[in-house]
Structures are given as structure tokens and as C-alpha cells.
Design a protein around this ligand. Structure first.
Ligand SMILES: NC(=O)c1ccc[n+]([C@@H]2O[C@H](COP(=O)([O-])OP(=O)(O)OC[C@H]3O[C@@H](n4cnc5c(N)ncnc54)[C@H](OP(=O)(O)O)[C@@H]3O)[C@@H](O)[C@H]2O)c1
Length: 335
């Protein structure tokens, strides 16, 4: 089969497709013939060597959708030919609060989805939601799960609440936007690009604020009548201090990432004086995944696709993600 394989630390743009042995299904496993996969920032971090537990060679990619190509002994809930979407959380375990110590994300150290075939535990394949294209289905799993758990399981979002999503160009951020709108929230966003703010407005964001060219903290406080109820943040250091500043007293901030690293300065007083709840989240349980997929069923809520590349152009796709040029999910088409 053809696959995008990481052999060591390098430039994501120079990654190539190569011929490797076909994936096979052991008892309790399924082989999925992938028709589309999607990129996440972790794929860039893995190429750059900035990720824990690196193992080489490994097929890159956490997100994918396709059809069941083979089912190992004991697999009963799917059959060869079924259209499926892959839950990239391996071994989350039974605790809804936190993943088990053996938890891993598909695509490092286990072989991932930037390939014609991938092997996954049978429990990690679910029927593809109706009403979505194959590219849209592939775009959902990792970012949709992260966004859903941030908004709902951790953020306890209520209809009508004001949500601020920081750095709307990111894959998780755009999924958080469509999910929050689907859940009846009022959504406000920040971005470094006015074109991205316009795209977000088209998806239902009430107001957008450019973090490069405006005093966005004051403007958001005014637009939200005292600050957002819930802030969803994956940017981290560059804007974390301002995020705590803009939060409404009694508000919640859910952190799922730190694209810009640690905060150089943090005013702890903002947290206790304003009675803030600062919550962390990573990926999600099988129950989170199923609840998230249900929101996409029927196609009323859809992920945003930035661009689709053929599998052979995975390097160019990763370079676009690393330059933060995307709005939404970058997808790979697999023949
Ligand atoms: N915890 C988890 O389970 C989990 C899951 C998925 C991702 N993550 C992490 O979450 C982060 C986001 O991932 P992603 O793939 O969705 O998006 P991403 O590609 O990392 O982009 C995030 C956005 O951050 C904004 N940004 C970049 N530099 C900035 C700066 N200096 N100041 C303010 N904003 C800036 C940009 O927004 P604009 O383009 O709008 O300007 C960019 O599009 C990553 O660090 C990733 O590793 C964590």
C-alpha cells in the first residue's frame, strides 16, 4: 500500500509517499480502506520532532474515513464494505474524566491514516454520519472531538451563552464554531487575518476581532456586555493573559492547546479575583466521540474544509498548515 511515513526529524514539506506492507487485521481489529484523511497540528509537531513518544518509521495521520476492507475474528458490529469514520483515541479507558496511562492517538506511535489502509481496534470504527461528503467525514474526528469536549463535557455550554473562540483559523477552532452555533450559542472569534474573520461571520460568528490590529480585549468586553461566558483557547502563551483579562467574572476558560507556547506573563490574581474556572481538556472518551458524531448526523452541522490535496502532496498540505494559511481542515484525498 502507499503511505506517508515519518523516518525521523525533518521538514514536513519534504515528506513523501512510499510503498509499505499492507495493513492487516488481527482478532478484534479492522482494516479500513481510507478514502480521505485530514491534517492536525500534531502531524507537523511529529515531523519536527516536537512530540512525546516518537517511534520510527511510523505512518502519519490521526483522522480518516473510508470503508471496511477486512475485519478480524470476533468483530461483529461492522462488515466489509461498510462506510466508517475512525475514532483516533486508542485505549482511552472507562474513566470519563481522564484517559488511561496507555492512551495514544492514532498516527504516532501506531501507524496512522495517511495511507491507503490502516489497522485500528474494532471499537474505534463507527458508521459514517449521513449527509456528509467523505472529505467532511475525514475532517471531523480529532478536531471535532476536541472541540466537542471543550465546549460541552468540560465547558458545560448552555444555549444563548457567549462563547469566545481564539484563533479561529485553526482546525479545532472552526469545528468549535460550527458546533457552538449548532448548540445555540452566540459566538465571537479572534484571528490574525480579516479574511478569516469574514469566513467566520459567514459560519455564524456574531463578531470577529483582529488580534494583530485592534485592542481586542476592550472591544470584546464591550461587544459581549462584560466578557464571554466561555472561552475556548488553543493558542496559549501569546494571548493567554488577555484571555483571562477578557473573561467575564465567574466565566470559564477551556484550554486545549498552546500553539504559541507558554505565557511569558500570567496575572494569577485575574483567576481568583474574577472567580474564573480554568479547565484543561485533551481529546475525549468514546462517549464524547459518539455524542459529537450525533451532532453531525444529517449534515445540519458540517466541518469547514480549507483545501483537499492528493495523498502524494501531503508535504505541501503540511507546509500550508505550518504557515497557518488555512481556514478549517486540510484534507488528503486517497485513491
Ligand atoms: N488537547 C487536544 O486534544 C488537542 C487536540 C487538537 C489540537 N490540539 C492543539 O491545539 C492547538 C491548535 O491546533 P489546530 O490544529 O486546531 O490549529 P493550529 O493550526 O495550531 O492553529 C491555531 C491558530 O492559532 C492562531 N495563532 C497562531 N499564532 C498566533 C499568535 N501569535 N497569536 C494569536 N493567535 C495565533 C492562528 O489563528 P488565525 O489563523 O485565526 O490567526 C492559528 O490558525 C495546537 O497547539 C494543537 O497541538 C490539542
Amino acid at each position: 500500500m502507499q503511505a506517508v511515513v515519518v523516518h525521523g526529524v525533518g521538514d514536513p514539506a519534504s515528506i513523501r509517499v512510499e510503498e509499505v506492507a499492507d495493513a492487516v487485521a488481527e482478532p478484534g481489529e479492522v482494516v479500513v480502506r481510507l478514502r480521505a484523511a485530514a491534517l492536525n497540528h500534531r502531524d507537523v509537531y511529529i515531523c519536527r520532532g516536537q512530540y512525546a513518544g516518537l517511534r520510527y518509521p511510523t505512518v502519519l495521520g490521526a483522522d480518516g474515513a473510508g470503508t471496511v476492507a477486512a475485519a478480524g475474528a470476533g468483530v461483529t458490529h461492522v462488515r466489509v464494505g461498510d462506510a466508517v469514520i475512525i475514532n483516533p483515541c486508542l485505549d482511552w479507558g472507562d474513566d470519563q474524566r481522564v484517559a488511561a496511562p496507555t492512551f495514544r492517538i492514532l498516527g504516532m506511535p501506531d501507524n496512522g491514516t495517511f495511507a491507503q489502509l490502516v489497522t485500528v481496534p474494532a471499537a474505534n470504527v463507527l458508521p459514517m454520519p449521513a449527509g456528509l461528503s467523505i472529505e467532511e467525514a475525514a475532517a471531523i474526528p480529532l478536531a471535532g472531538l476536541t472541540a466537542y469536549r471543550a465546549l460541552v463535557s468540560r465547558g458545560a455550554l448552555q444555549p444563548g451563552e457567549r462563547v469566545l473562540i481564539i484563533g479561529i483559523g485553526g482546525g479545532v477552532a472552526t469545528l468549535a464554531l460550527v458546533l457552538a452555533r449548532g448548540l445555540g450559542a452566540r459566538v465571537f472569534v479572534t484571528s490574525g487575518g480579516d479574511a478569516k474573520l469574514e469566513r467566520a461571520a459567514g459560519l455564524g460568528a456574531e463578531r470577529g476581532f483582529n488580534y494583530r490590529t485592534s485592542d481586542w480585549v476592550a472591544a470584546i468586553r464591550q461587544a459581549t456586555d462584560g466578557g464571554p461566558d466561555l472561552i475556548i483557547d488553543g493558542v496559549g502563551g501569546a494571548t493567554f493573559e488577555q484571555a483571562l483579562d477578557v473573561a467575564r467574572p465567574g466565566g470559564r476558560l477551556v484550554s486545549y492547546g498552546a500553539t504559541t507556547g507558554n505565557a511569558p506573563h500570567l496575572t494569577v490574581r485575574r483567576i481568583f479575583w474574577k472567580q474564573l474556572s480554568v479547565l484543561g481538556t485533551t481529546m475525549g472518551s468514546s462517549a464524547d466521540f459518539a455524542a459529537m458524531l450525533a451532532l453531525f448526523e444529517g449534515g445540519h452541522v458540517r466541518p469547514v474544509i480549507d483545501r483537499a490535496y492528493p495523498l502524494a502532496e501531503a508535504g505541501a498540505a503540511l507546509a500550508r498548515l505550518e504557515r497557518a494559511e488555512q481556514f478549517g481542515k486540510i484534507v488528503l484525498r486517497i485513491d
